[in-house]
Design a protein around this ligand. Structure first.
Ligand SMILES: [Zn+2]
Length: 160
């Protein structure tokens, strides 16, 4: 991330500095699209990885390693959010995410590392949706927030 990125003080979302401020003239911080939503920090954490540069076709190794560490922090955040809740399905999905994460270590130079990282993120998303479902809420839809990221024009590794 660069110094121009803005971190929402409410949920920690990494929002592109100036992406929405130009034209508003408010002179303030960008409005965070996650604020007011349940599990805003987990949604933001997911999407920062989901729309991250590591999923670009031409992602450099440093972006992949950076994403790997972000996934670790994201899984830990979900684990913390689930603590004390009786949500066995979410716990299982998170366990699957952990397994995929451990298999994904990019230091191993494995061609499968990216696929395992993607799997880890997918299971993390499921765990988040389990958490939302428990509260009677619909699943988190990353594409609802895509315009806040620099990902739109970028070809993704969507084919595995
Ligand atoms: Zn926020």
């Amino acid at each position: 991330m660069t110094g121009t990125d803005y971190h929402c003080p409410q949920c920690g979302a990494e929002l592109r500095g100036g992406r929405r401020t130009s034209g508003t003239g408010a002179g303030g911080s960008p409005v965070c699209p996650y604020d007011g939503l349940a599990s805003a920090d987990l949604r933001a954490g997911h999407d920062a990885i989901y729309f991250g540069a590591w999923r670009r076709i031409d992602a450099p190794p440093i972006e992949i390693r950076r994403a790997y560490h972000k996934i670790r922090r994201h899984l830990d955040a979900i684990r913390a959010a689930l603590a004390g809740l009786d949500l066995p399905a979410a716990g299982r999905d998170l366990d699957h995410a952990d397994d995929a994460y451990l298999a994904a270590d990019p230091r191993e130079e494995s061609r499968d590392a990216l696929r395992f990282m993607d799997n880890a993120l997918s299971y993390a998303h499921r765990a988040l949706d389990d958490l939302l479902h428990e509260q009677g809420l619909p699943p988190h839809q990353p594409m609802d927030f895509s315009e806040w990221y620099d990902a739109v024009e970028v070809p993704f590794r969507d084919e595995w």
